[in-house]
Design a protein around this ligand. Structure first.
Ligand SMILES: Cc1cc2nc3c(=O)[nH]c(=O)nc-3n(C[C@H](O)[C@H](O)[C@H](O)COP(=O)(O)OP(=O)(O)OC[C@H]3O[C@@H](n4cnc5c(N)ncnc54)[C@H](O)[C@@H]3O)c2cc1C
Length: 422
């Protein structure tokens, strides 16, 4: 099952754990696996393969369009951290997973065997459902990846030089992968327009498939609808809900009801799907490329393969007229990775497995940023992701923007120093 190390008279079996991905879920899985094996006498051979050589603090991509953050502000090179921690880090994407031989091939041509595989490969954008939405078509922009957020910065600079009269649209396409990012972007847009005194001149519209404002892709929570409606009213954002963006062309987008919405600048959140290397493993994923898992994050197909973070499948108990995606946020990604790491260690060491927790039962904790005072943003809290919840609240306040900035600094510090989630 594993590498056999001869150390004098002692023969130690080293368990090979291979993690794919190195962001919220992958990095947590690696740190927690190392921690779970520490001092147990169980040998561990831990490797992380990743498409990126950096950790990216994705939540701050909402600020990149306005020049408030640049790539170096929100990324951390992982090579030095991993080598200090003694984790074998390979910044090369996995290109093939062979379940039969338990081997993963990487783009560097090397093959990496595993006893346990943790898939934390996140998502890729799926622009295929809305013709013209891909930024490569040259009409709309997005912020879901760092290069795309940087490109939106260029579009924003161009826009403020010559704002035109059609206005700005921030929208979440049907099945959008991260509804919260659309809310944050439109609120930040309103904040920036006011700051540069364009708010009276530029119409700002939010378009989403949500059945009501503040649904967030998690069926809303107590007080969210009135709070978000008030935010929008006070900042002059015009909401268009229950709306499916059907296509984008030139300087307008078309909704499923046939109406046409012109824009000078459009920032849209597309649906997410699982990455191709995972989707290509026969029987491992659903149609969206996500891995069905149990409450300890074993894949349904193969108990030696775990999936955590965005890569893990989540099904919703509700149905909406326009299909919505589930916001798989940072906090649940870390909780899932920790459970998976401890489960692997328990299986190897023969100790009791930790209590599992499905995505729907993990608490909802999010800071929704509105750019700065006077609104600041809102804290979104729920005892569980999906209802019925014992407790939920949306707490607006000017302090929320500062809290988000401080959280960003704290998190990047933690990554830079290889500290575990506490
Ligand atoms: C604009 C935006 C704003 C957000 N704001 C918030 C927020 O305020 N709060 C919050 O909690 N969440 C927020 N989120 C969600 C948060 O970013 C995700 O929950 C988080 O990124 C999930 O982490 P992950 O590790 O599962 O996936 P990802 O962060 O997508 O990481 C995937 C990892 O896999 C690697 N990878 C990809 N393909 C391969 C491959 N073939 N082989 C090996 N490695 C591969 C990537 O390089 C990366 O390291 C936001 C998301 C976006 C897009």
């Amino acid at each position: 099952m594993s590498n056999i190390l001869q150390m004098g008279a002692i023969t130690m079996a080293s368990t090979r754990v291979l993690v794919l991905g190195s962001n919220f879920a992958g990095l947590t899985a690696a740190l927690e696996t190392q921690y779970a094996f520490r001092g147990t006498g169980g040998g561990l051979d831990l490797t992380v393969l990743s498409k990126s050589d950096r950790f990216v603090f994705t939540p701050s991509q909402i600020w990149v369009p306005f020049g408030k953050r640049e790539a170096d502000d929100i990324t951390v090179p992982l090579g030095p951290v991993m080598s200090r921690l003694g984790i074998h880090f390979v910044p090369s994407p996995a290109t093939r997973i062979d379940r039969a031989t338990r081997m993963v091939t990487a783009a560097n041509g090397q093959v990496y065997p595993y006893d346990y595989l943790v898939i934390a490969t996140g998502f890729r954008n799926d622009f295929s459902g809305v013709p013209g939405m891909d930024p490569k078509d040259g009409f709309a922009n997005t912020i879901t990846t760092l290069p795309e957020a940087e490109r939106t910065h260029q579009a924003w600079l161009k826009f403020i030089r010559d704002p035109g009269d059609r206005g700005i649209i921030v929208g979440a396409a049907p099945k959008a992968g991260c509804m919260g990012a659309a809310y944050e972007e439109v609120l930040n847009m309103a904040y920036q327009l006011k700051r540069i005194r364009l708010n009276k001149r530029v119409p700002l519209t939010y378009i989403s498939g949500e059945p009501f404002l503040g649904h967030f892709g998690i069926n809303g929570m107590a007080g969210a609808k009135p709070a978000v409606s008030m935010f929008f009213k006070m900042t002059g954002i015009k909401p268009v809900i229950n709306a499916a963006i059907e296509s984008v062309s030139g300087d307008y987008l078309t909704l499923a009801d046939g109406s046409v919405r012109p824009f000078d600048l459009a920032v849209l959140i597309p649906p997410f799907v699982g990455v191709d290397v995972v989707r290509e493993v026969e029987g491992l994923t659903d149609a969206g490329g996500y891995v069905p898992v149990d409450e300890n994050y074993h894949s349904a197909l193969d108990p030696r393969i775990y999936a955590v973070g965005i890569a893990a499948q989540v099904t919703t108990p509700w149905v909406t007229a326009v299909a919505l995606g589930v916001p798989k946020t940072g906090f649940p990604s870390e909780v899932q990775a920790r459970i998976a790491a401890r489960t692997i260690a328990a299986e190897v060491l023969g100790t009791p497995a930790p209590v599992g927790k499905a995505f729907k039962d993990i608490p909802a904790i999010c800071l929704m940023d509105a750019g700065g005072p006077p609104f600041g943003g809102a804290m979104i809290l729920g005892s569980t992701m999906f209802g019925p919840r014992k407790f939920s609240a949306i707490i607006p306040g000017p302090q929320v923007h500062l809290m988000k900035v401080l959280f960003e600094k704290y998190f990047l510090f933690k990554v830079r120093h290889g500290l575990r989630w506490q």
